[in-house]
Design a protein around this ligand. Structure first.
Ligand SMILES: [Mn+2]
Length: 600
């Protein structure tokens, strides 16, 4: 195919089917995930988008010889039909119609179902193998992905140079981290661990990169040995000068294409290899296993040490939040003054304005995710992005929701404020106050060591639940330090999660309420776990400290719904905000802060 011509979806599917036929495949599965299995996928690995035009963040395409189907979740039922050509694809809901179960009904026994083991995790592989084996079908790992072979104008991977993050931001050297986690690996009976999560690798080596929008990592994968030595498979051209001295002894940089030989080598030596079947791709584990390695399934050994921030990281997070709060406050003061003069703007202009305030901050690198700037009824969609259509204008006498954050050298921020535009209704105030009461209940909770986020989740929902309301997202996610704004292993959500909250873990506290086609509310601060010595009977108790320092909109509070204790929490939070942020503000911004933090 002439690479100067743009391929249509039909042409792309034809090309993929030719490569399928050459490999004797009856079906080929294209997930949204890439080799790195993260939430964010760089442009050159957007295979699902390339073959379907679907831009959503979750979905799977299955290509058969003469048909194709796309599976998406409830968030994307409308969007998928707008973006994807119905002449080429059938549409299914991935919960109602699981893709492997659907596939096993479409093909005869002995059919060959192709997949690229590099873009699926091991759990998916094992489940899919079981489903297909039951139907006497074959799950066939391809040597070369038919999408890649068909992609005429595939973008080149980014070539941005990585960054060595100084120990004044990390607290620990790479060598210290690797030795500590190497010892943990040995304790689990393993000789080596496959480390796939990009943020785990970045944290271990104290490096950052610019390979993925809003997610400051260098693409690659790694093997960490129990003695702390490590092989990092990446593009050596992205490794800055001074790297060897920065990371200390025992780190080898190897081109990504050489990783297969290393996985085989682990097997040839008969080693026990720890890997996370959820975050590591099936290819690395299956390659090691078929060469003789014994796989030990376990959590990524970096995940928990990375989540439990050390004192240097927590100090950095606090400093980043002070700068970030000053920017958010300048934005809110500016917005209120404009609205008072009758100047209403569109969501895109507001988002850009907020970024402008942030971008001048010391240590600013980039946003930590695309800002959710949602006017009026758009805020009812909790993952709204004004870039997907025409940005809406702020309506008067409504509420505006803005969820945003940034990456700084010393920390990551993520804050949502919901503010009045003109005069809010009694309903706006009632629902905002119910959401805020939940936020306060979680922020104030004390809990014994061993408590997990699922056990705390309903604290934030209780006032909504009592009145028959709820919200359809988790209450809190982990947040990295100048890393992933959504990091595990802990979270606060309805779904079972056995990971206990431990000192130093940062989570968001973000209950909300969404009324379809009318408005959306979310109150989000980042908080972190501390041990305060409140326990009796020899029990260790934890509580939260707040990182985010921006006032909640007093105009949206219905005070009659608050207890004295809740009023006290709001007032003391606002005293703290004023004390910590005033010095960063002057003139009308400072005047705005004083009025916004007055006692109620
Ligand atoms: Mn968040």
């Amino acid at each position: 195919m002439d690479s100067t011509m743009t391929q249509t979806i039909a042409q792309k599917l034809t090309a993929i089917r030719q490569h399928m036929a050459a490999a004797n495949l009856d079906a080929f599965i294209v997930p949204r995930a890439d080799e790195y299995l993260g939430e964010y996928v760089p442009e050159h690995n957007q295979r699902l988008l390339w073959c379907s035009d679907f831009t959503g963040s979750a979905g799977t395409v299955i290509i058969l010889k003469d048909r194709a189907a796309i599976f998406t979740d409830g968030r994307y039922t409308i969007q998928v039909k707008q973006q994807v050509n119905a002449e080429c694809f059938e549409f299914y809901h991935l919960v109602d119609t699981p893709h492997m179960a659907w596939l096993s009904e479409q093909l005869p026994a002995d059919a060959n179902v192709g997949f690229d083991a590099k873009v699926h995790n091991l759990n998916w592989y094992q489940d899919s193998l079981a489903t297909l084996t039951e139907q006497h079908m074959n799950l066939v790992a391809v040597d070369q992905n038919p999408v890649d072979l068909s992609w005429a104008d595939r973008p080149q991977p980014t070539q941005n140079m990585g960054l060595l993050l100084e120990q004044k931001y990390t607290g620990l050297s790479s060598l210290e981290k690797r030795q500590q986690i190497g010892a943990d690996i040995a304790k689990q009976g393993a000789d080596a661990a496959i480390i796939s999560a990009l943020d785990s690798i970045a944290w271990l080596l104290n490096i950052r990169g610019k390979d993925i929008h809003c997610f400051c990592v260098i693409l690659g994968s790694a093997v960490l040995m129990k003695d702390g030595s490590m092989t990092f498979f990446t593009d050596p051209a992205k490794i800055p000068a001074g790297f060897a001295q920065h990371v200390g002894a025992g780190v080898t940089i190897v081109a990504e294409a050489e990783a297969t030989a290393t996985y085989k080598n682990l097997g040839k030596q008969g080693l026990n290899v720890l890997a996370d079947p959820e975050t590591s791709n099936a290819f690395s584990q299956l390659t090691a296993q078929t060469s003789g390695a014994t796989l030990i399934a376990g959590l990524d050994p970096v995940a928990t040490p990375k989540a439990c921030k050390n004192s240097t990281e927590l100090f950095g997070m606090q400093q980043a939040h002070i700068r970030d709060a000053a920017s958010e406050i300048r934005f809110l003061a500016w917005l209120e003054a404009e609205v008072a003069q009758g100047n209403l703007y569109d969501e895109g202009f507001l988002s850009d304005k907020l970024t402008e305030f942030r971008a001048s901050n010391e240590n600013y690198v980039e946003l930590s995710f695309d800002t959710i700037s949602a006017a009026g009824s758009n805020a009812a969609m909790c993952h709204y992005n004004h870039m997907n259509g025409t940005p809406a204008m702020l309506p008067m006498d409504s509420i505006y929701l803005v969820d945003s954050g940034a990456q700084y050298l010393d920390g990551t921020t993520d804050i949502t404020r919901t503010v009045a535009i003109g005069t809010p209704s009694a309903e706006h105030k009632k629902m905002f106050t119910l959401v805020l009461k939940g936020h306060i209940a979680l922020a104030q909770m004390k809990f014994p060591a061993g408590t997990n986020g699922a056990q705390l989740d309903s604290l934030a929902r209780q006032f909504l639940w009592q009145q028959g309301y709820d919200y359809d997202h988790g209450t809190g996610h982990g947040v990295g330090c100048f890393l992933n704004v959504h990091e595990g292993p802990q979270r606060i959500a309805k779904n079972a999660n056995a990971v206990a909250l431990e000192p130093g873990m940062v989570v968001s506290n973000e209950p909300g309420y969404y009324k379809q086609d009318e408005y959306g509310i979310r109150c989000e601060n980042l908080i972190y776990v501390v041990e305060k010595g409140n326990g009796h009977d020899g029990k260790t108790f934890y509580q939260f400290e707040t990182l985010t320092l921006v006032p909640f909109d007093l105009r949206l509070i219905e005070q009659s719904l608050l207890t004295k204790d809740e009023v006290n929490w709001i007032n003391s939070y606002h005293v703290e905000v004023k004390a910590k942020i005033s010095a960063s503000l002057t003139g009308s911004d400072l005047a705005w802060l004083e009025q916004a933090t007055q006692a109620i």
